[in-house]
Write a protein that binds this ligand. Structure first.
Ligand code: ATP
Ligand code: MG
Ligand code: MG
Ligand code: MG
Length: 477
């Protein structure tokens, strides 16, 4: 089943059950507390909070999502993409648990010929929040799942919130057993690679006032109405339904991976390291094209930096695959636009702009790599000659300051050489430089707006990875 068909089926199922189908919002969040949309519920947040009256009691969507928190996982796990699509059904004070869970079960297990996804019941496992007897009871007695395939989990896994103040509540997740080749028995609690999480049903019930971490937050009260927010991962469904090993091998993404392999004359499936690089290239191209399509451009802060980091990581991984001086991003972007075009036809009319942005980033970064790599190699050689295992903070700073090497690039390249980097030292030098710049601009009264704006952004939107402030975007899960 093609990706586009999975989305169509999901939306049709819920449309037939009284849900209004709402088009995906842009990846660029209107919500000022987020850099990028990281879940299907983001556009509906004001309805959950009771800040706006929902124009419909039930909705369904296929929402574009970027999770920066998962970027480092890309290519290494079988199930994390940086850009993915969340299929969701939503109730705004309409139905609650007793209806949401049977809906989910029905869609997953209904035969393909009758509009469902045809999963065998025996391969599905579910989890509930540890004290949510209600959800347990619905699964067991109403839906008929044997108690041994219902597992209870704590805050870290079965309580959902946005990572910032907002709505939240306990959740119930559905997992598909991929079989013994993927890991050990015992349900999702034992192995989340074998038991692939496909769908999360969140019972939106509480208002969170402060969120310090996934498991440490303050609940300030109940929401005006009990609501439902669900998120099914389209790419994970595609991996199962298309019978492939991981989400980088599904119809859309594999076209990009295959093109990258062809261009760099690499065979996928021969060498573990090259395979990770091919997956990173495919994933980041997809995310990059979708972000540029939504109006993001590469910059040194905020969402522009998320984009820059992904494009540069793709470009670097192409070098690792042996691209040398060749420029492949243009052709890979074309393949991506083509691959995603069935679901997002607007990419085709935006193609010229997407190419301009991505080509320019490739040109500038190849220049950076050309000059910086020689300096980096010299620094590595010196470090190794001294018998040290850590690249000095001053060297990382110089690479950044003079040669435009972002710290994450230095970290990644150093780790490929088996070296650590003195990040504390690097950060100290960065701070000193920032203080100097501040003092300077105060004196000149011109003001270095970028840095103070970034400070505000960090406070508001959580953390962004910016010039070595090695932090991640505030994000759910
Ligand atoms: P995981 O535990 O595997 O990281 P999650 O619990 O963080 O997933 P949720 O926040 O519950 O994920 O998101 C809802 C659904 O979106 C998940 O059930 C999954 O199908 C999908 N999903 C989440 N993260 C990713 C990702 N990085 N790539 C692809 N699909 C994802
Ligand atoms: Mg999870
Ligand atoms: Mg989840
Ligand atoms: Mg996660």
């Amino acid at each position: 089943m093609e990706s586009a068909e999975i989305a169509r089926r999901f939306l049709r199922f819920f449309e037939e059950r009284g849900h209004t189908v709402v088009p995906s919002a842009s990846l660029v969040a209107e919500d000022p507390t987020l850099l990028l949309v990281n879940a299907g519920m983001v556009p509906f947040k004001p309805y959950f909070l009771g800040q706006k009256k929902p124009p419909f009691p039930r909705a369904a969507s296929a929402q574009k999502v970027v999770r920066t928190l998962d970027i480092d996982e890309v290519g290494k796990t079988t199930r994390h993409a940086s850009f993915f699509q969340m299929l969701g059904n939503f109730s705004f004070g309409d139905y609650f648990k007793e209806q949401a869970l049977p809906y989910a079960w029905e869609l997953l297990t209904r035969s393909e010929s009758e509009g469902g996804f045809g999963f065998p019941e025996g391969l599905l496992w579910v989890t509930v929040y540890h004290d949510d007897d209600e959800a347990f009871d619905i699964w067991h007695n109403k839906v008929g799942i044997p108690a041994e395939r219902i597992q209870r989990r704590g805050l870290a896994d079965n309580y959902w919130h946005m990572g910032v103040p907002g709505p939240g509540g306990p959740c119930s997740e559905i997992y598909y057993d991929r079989g013994v080749d993927y890991g050990k028995e015992g349900g999702p609690v034992a192995d989340e690679n074998r038991y692939l999480e496909v769908w999360n049903n969140v019972f939106m019930q509480f208002q969170l006032s402060a969120v310090r971490s996934k498991v440490d937050f303050d609940v300030s009260g109940e929401l005006p109405a009990k609501s439902v927010d669900t998120g099914m991962g389209l790419e994970r469904m595609a991996a199962i339904l298309q019978g492939v090993d991981n989400i980088y091998e599904i119809d859309t993404t594999y076209k990009i991976l295959d093109k990258a392999a062809e261009l760099t004359k690499t065979r996928y499936g021969r060498n573990a390291r090259a395979d990770v690089s091919l997956r990173v290239v495919a994933d980041h191209l997809r995310a990059g094209v979708m972000l540029v399509g939504d109006g993001v451009t590469p910059t040194n802060e905020g969402r522009g930096y998320v984009l820059r980091r992904m494009l540069r990581r793709a470009i670097r991984n192409l070098r690792l695959l042996g691209a040398g001086e060749e420029r492949y991003m243009h052709e890979l972007a074309s393949t991506t636009i083509e691959a995603m075009g069935q679901q997002y036809p607007e990419l085709k009319s935006d193609a010229a702009h997407i190419h301009t942005v991505i080509d320019a980033e490739e040109t500038s970064f190849l220049g950076t790599l050309r000059t910086g790599t020689a300096i980096f190699d010299a620094a590595v050689e010196e470090t190794k000659r001294k018998g040290a295992a850590t690249l000095a903070g001053g060297q990382a700073f110089q690479l950044h300051d003079t040669y435009g090497f972002p710290i994450d690039l230095t970290l990644e390249m150093a780790s490929e050489q088996g070296l650590q980097v003195d990040e504390d030292g690097f950060r100290r030098l960065m701070n000193e430089q920032r203080d100097r710049a501040k003092a300077d601009s105060a004196a000149k009264k011109t003001g270095n707006a970028d840095i103070s704006v970034l400070g505000e952004l960090l406070d508001r939107a959580g953390k962004v990875d910016f010039l070595g402030y090695d932090l991640t975007t505030a994000e759910a899960n």
